[in-house]
Write a protein that binds this ligand. Structure first.
Ligand code: F6P
Length: 547
């Protein structure tokens, strides 16, 4: 049975939310706290090492009740069940969506077309583990008899962003291996990496679910040519491995059966980091830590599956996001990790969220007349405070934010951490409270400014406040907590897709540009002429004449 096809804006709950919006939208978060100092106790979720404080939002407990009613009216519970049990909810590609099975326990059972997929998942996990141990221990030798020092992950989109984000995030736990990433078809990218490595001590992991992605195949073939300048073809099998579901194409590239780490078609690229796609992570932090990452994600899966909506982290975060997106018309969400290790999280989430929920047709194939997927952006605190926080504090837009912080630092640099965290706390408070004209006037008077001077400068020093934020406070950045954090966002995406009545697991929107680029490439490389608008035609002409 497929997912329901209900237009959310036509539900009873939506109507009630509209009325509720009118009644509270002119009140400030600060005033909600004044009226109900206890709201912090209600509008938060404590779960293991996570504290999610969502009280600094333009909501009241009633808003949450109404949003939960909406989720119930849209059969979210039923949909979650379908998501976890292998139903083909990726209907436009006729596929199940089972990244959650990748982190299931060995004794669980998940059926796809009547077949339990868990045993195979664990066989592949064992293969990853054995391979990682061989490389890490130095037992595995390259063609000249030396141990491996460098790993190059060649892939793009989901075959790059997940592994590269997590490798960066868990660098603290990494071993001696140097991990590199080549993704862009820009030849400068691959050349820059090749400069740093030696063929005899490097393993290349070609990661492509389809093994047909232009960027990845071009980079892989450039690397192969470079490799063969130093040695013969027979050594390819020692240095090239592949992660893919397209076995025939991998063999054509010259990679042997034993070097293939399979991927199933029920794993979407942007949710694939838990599969063989994560092999570079297992190599860099070791299979045990990789397992902890999966364990953390599994914990979040269980929380999501089993908790009632009012206490369910992904559900609550998704509903608050729908509230801003569809009632306040806010277009973006900012992700602000207060950890330099998480600097790649915003770009990772850009693909996860925007490729999933950037849809303008509903599940019946009808055009949508309400807002769907949010625009995701962000950067680490405190760097971002010195870059774009000006606009968050004094700009004209409503920008819901996720502040992600950790209680315990990794290097025990207590002074640094106290400063980092004081900024983390200060910013959410400042965003909410702002500073009114009276407060500014008093401060300026105290600093000795004249009446005239105060009058001139005052408006520029006022902060309107009432800017919403979620505080996601986690005990420590570990493989396990990171696994839970990523899974939390994955499920948030799922819930939003269900509410918006869209298919979150396809990505047809990336096809058009790809096709056009193929034609233009023929044009650039030969004498073919395709029809273009005058602007594009002239740009191509200019390039051809001058390149
Ligand atoms: O950009 C579209 C996309 O299909 C992504 O969804 C995917 O993660 C990426 O390309 C890479 O695809 P592949 O793993 O098949 O090379």
């Amino acid at each position: 049975m497929s997912l329901n096809k209900i237009n959310p804006t036509k539900t009873k709950s939506w109507g009630k939310l509209k009325t509720h919006f009118k009644s509270i939208s002119s009140s400030s978060i600060k005033s909600f706290f004044n009226k109900d100092p206890e709201r912090e106790k209600i509008l938060k979720i404590e779960w293991g090492d996570f504290l999610i404080d969502y009280s600094k939002n333009r909501i009241t407990p009633k808003t949450i009740n109404l949003l939960v009613n909406l989720a119930e009216e849209l059969n979210l519970k039923e949909s979650i069940k379908k998501y976890f049990t292998g139903e083909k909810i990726n209907q436009t590609e006729n596929r199940a969506v089972l990244h959650t099975a990748l982190r299931s326990k060995q004794n669980e059972s998940v059926l796809v077309d009547g077949l339990n997929v868990i045993p195979e998942i664990h066989n592949i996990k064992n293969k990853i583990k054995n391979f990682s141990n061989e490389i890490i221990s130095g037992k595995y030798k390259g063609y000249s008899g030396k141990s491996i020092t460098d790993i190059v992950n060649v892939g793009i989109g989901g075959s790059d962003l997940g592994p590269s984000m997590i490798n960066e995030a868990l660098k603290f736990y990494s071993n001696h291996l140097n991990i590199h990433f080549v993704s862009n078809v820009d030849g400068d990218h691959v050349r820059d990496i090749l400069k740093k490595i030696k063929p005899e001590t490097t393993i290349f992991i070609i990661v492509s679910k389809t093994f047909s992605t232009q960027e990845t195949l071009t980079n892989a073939s450039t690397i192969k040519k470079w490799f063969l300048k130093s040695t013969s073809k027979k050594h390819i099998s020692k240095h090239f491995i592949a992660v893919s579901s397209a076995i025939k194409k991998i063999r054509e590239f010259g990679i042997k059966n034993e070097n293939i780490f399979p991927m199933k078609n029920w794993i979407g690229g942007r949710f694939s980091v838990w599969s063989s796609v994560g092999i570079s992570i297992s190599l860099s932090i070791g299979p045990e830590n990789f397992n902890k990452l999966l364990k953390g994600a599994h914990k979040m899966d269980t929380h999501f599956k089993e908790s009632r909506f009012e206490k369910n982290i992904p559900v609550i975060l998704a509903l608050i996001s729908v509230w801003y997106n569809n009632f306040y018309n806010s277009e973006t969400e900012v992700i602000l990790p207060y950890s330099e290790y998480l600097k790649k999280l915003p770009s990772y989430l850009q693909q996860a969220v925007m490729e999933s929920n950037g849809k303008n047709f509903d599940r019946s194939g009808d055009p949508i007349d309400y807002q769907t997927g949010n625009i995701i952006w962000g950067s680490t605190g405190t760097n971002s405070q010195h870059a774009f926080f000006q606009l968050m504090h004094q700009g004209t837009k409503i920008i819901p934010s996720d502040f992600i912080g950790f209680i315990i630092p990794l290097y025990n640099e207590i002074d640094h951490h106290q400063k980092l965290m004081s900024n983390y706390f200060a910013q959410t408070e400042a965003l909410m409270n702002g500073k009114n004209a009276k407060e500014v006037e008093r401060e300026l008077k105290e600093s000795g400014l004249s009446k005239e001077e105060i009058k001139k400068i005052l408006p520029f020093k006022v902060f309107k406040g009432n800017n919403p934020s979620n505080s996601i406070l986690i005990k420590k950045l570990t493989p396990e907590s990171l696994g839970s954090l990523i899974a939390m966002y994955e499920h948030k995406i799922f819930v939003q897709g269900i509410i918006w009545n869209i298919f979150s697991f396809d990505q047809w929107g990336v096809e058009l540009g790809k096709k056009l680029a193929q034609n233009i490439l023929l044009e650039i490389q030969g004498n073919n002429n395709f029809k273009h608008d005058p602007s594009t035609a002239n740009l191509i002409k200019k390039y051809k004449l001058n390149s």
